[in-house]
Design a protein around this ligand. Structure first.
Ligand code: FAD
Length: 462
């Protein structure tokens, strides 16, 4: 390993890996440093293992609850919780190994160790063998992600009060869980545990679940969750938690009353801090903001030219797909290209709870606030041939369009497999297609996608 590089990337999550692969392809000499396992939070502790668990949950739910509609019953169904956790670990390992070999095949140098920035052209790595090595570079890309933050009163102890890292690895099924926070993380874990027969309560401070989505989606999800037996308490705050050896008593201030819930485990699913600590950044003058976020401009350059920050650590949009786009953008920029600025609003946002949520763009309320004349159409999946064939007609698609230009401003969906519909609509929007053009797309039959043409038709006034 030669000690001079065009680019050193710290962190091998989706943003760092994409930056590495793209810049190697563009002819740069690249080193990526990782202190843990290749693939980052995404592959090892985040998106990937939770999606594997949610696949288990889907099967468990079908066998245990909706089997009868398909003509089978599983009277003595045994759900092996530990097997689900072990499968998710295997899935994570498979993807992590794939990333390691892809980096290798692409000519990217990979080094295990803890990186620290010494100055804008020098990175020091404490290697696995615990000795320091310095590397020289033209550019540094920080892609170190984010981790849960300790919230006063809800501090995690890994025993009774957990964060997602404990929950993903714990092989014993909890009897009951109270989830603090009804955002994406909270509702995904709620879906998983609920399918495995865990008694789940979600406490959300705001008036509805998934508060960053269209409000009606939160309300629809709450309805679906209550039908499945998940207790949802909105407009509520955790006042305190009393911890015992094997359970906790959680004291909640609800909208009107005080509520006490006794549970085996509490999952803290509300807070993140950006991983900028210990990287030596403040010492050399890189500007940091709240919770350690690395401040960057629209090109993801930090306050020191030549040092870039991408993915969760810059706080622009904390999703794997967004991180990958940032990685690609920065690689192209460093290689001297002129990539188009990223539009975070039009990136896909998917929450893999049951029913699933998928959205992009802006809501009707946001469109009104921005001065658009707005047209919307809301089409239920109960009218969709494929949803009926598959036996799950929960939810709907809501299209938001500009009444004057007929351009699409946003789409908000809740239902089975709705994430598969996002690609088409984002492609149409990014390329300036109108409702008329969307209506004319010929979808296969039966497909969920047919709902797109119907929504476009309705949006234009039926
Ligand atoms: C439970 C959960 C579920 C999620 N589900 C989804 C989902 O379904 N879809 C989605 O798009 N997003 C999802 N996310 C978010 C997604 O995981 C993150 O947006 C994504 O991982 C961010 O990628 P990143 O490249 O910024 O950093 P990360 O993936 O966090 O990787 C950062 C890497 O940097 C390394 N590192 C840190 N400091 C150093 C150092 N000093 N030296 C060397 N290495 C260092 C870390 O070890 C880590 O491997 C989920 C997150 C969680 C927690």
């Amino acid at each position: 390993m030669n000690n001079n590089y065009n680019l050193i990337i710290v962190g091998s999550g989706p943003s760092g890996v994409e930056a590495a692969l793209r810049s190697a392809k563009l002819g740069l000499k690249v080193l990526i440093v990782e202190k843990d396992t290749a693939g980052g939070t995404c592959v090892n502790m985040g998106a990937v293992p939770t999606k594997a668990l949610l696949k288990n949950a889907e099967i468990a739910w079908t066998l245990g609850n909706s089997g009868r509609q398909f003509g089978f019953s599983a009277a003595n169904l045994e759900l092996d919780y530990k097997a689900a956790i072990l499968r998710s670990r295997q899935v994570a390992k498979t993807l992590s190994d794939q990333i390691t070999s892809k980096l290798q095949q692409s000519g990217v140098d990979f080094l295990s160790g803890i990186a620290r920035v010494v100055n804008k052209n020098t990175v020091e790595v404490i290697t696995r063998e615990n000795y320091p090595v310095q590397f020289m570079t033209d550019h540094i890309v920080i892609a170190t992600g984010a981790t849960p933050m300790q919230v006063p009163g809800i501090e995690t102890d890994g025993r009774v009060v957990m964060d997602y890292r404990h929950a993903i690895l714990e092989e014993t099924k909890p009897e009951s869980v109270l989830i603090v926070g009804g955002g994406a993380l909270g509702v995904e874990f709620a879906s998983f545990w609920n399918a495995y027969g865990v008694k789940v309560t979600i406490v959300e401070m705001l008036s509805h679940l998934v508060p960053y989505e269209d409000q009606e989606i939160g309300m629809e999800l709450e309805k679906a969750f209550m039908t499945r037996g998940i207790r949802v308490i909105t407009n509520a705050c955790i006042e305190s938690i009393q911890r015992f050896t094997d359970h906790a008593e959680v004291y909640i201030q609800g909208r009107q009353d005080k509520i006490t819930v006794r549970v085996a485990r509490v999952l803290e699913a509300v807070s993140f801090k950006h991983n900028s600590e210990g990287l030596g950044l403040e010492e050399i003058g890189v500007k940091l903001g709240d919770n350690g976020v690395i401040e960057t401009d629209e090109h993801m350059q930090t306050s020191i030219p030549g040092i870039w920050a991408i993915g969760d650590v810059n706080g622009k949009l904390m999703l794997a797909a967004a991180g990958r786009e940032m990685g690609r953008y920065v690689a192209e920029k460093i290689a001297g290209h002129n990539p188009a600025l990223l539009n975070y609003e039009n990136m896909p946002k998917i929450t893999y709870c049951h029913p699933q949520i998928a959205s992009f763009g802006i809501t009707a309320e946001m469109a009104h606030q921005r001065g658009y004349r707005v047209k919307t159409a809301r089409i239920p999946f109960s009218c969709n041939s494929m949803a009926i064939c598959q036996g799950d007609t929960t939810g709907w698609l809501k299209l938001v369009a500009d009444a004057d230009t007929h351009l699409i401003l946003g789409t908000h969906m809740i239902g089975a497999n709705v994430q598969e519909l996002l690609g088409e609509i984002i492609f149409a929007t990014a390329n300036g297609h109108t409702l008329e053009e969307m209506e004319r797309v010929c979808h296969g039959f039966p497909t969920l996608g047919e709902i797109m043409s119907i929504a476009a038709h309705e949006c234009m006034g039926g």
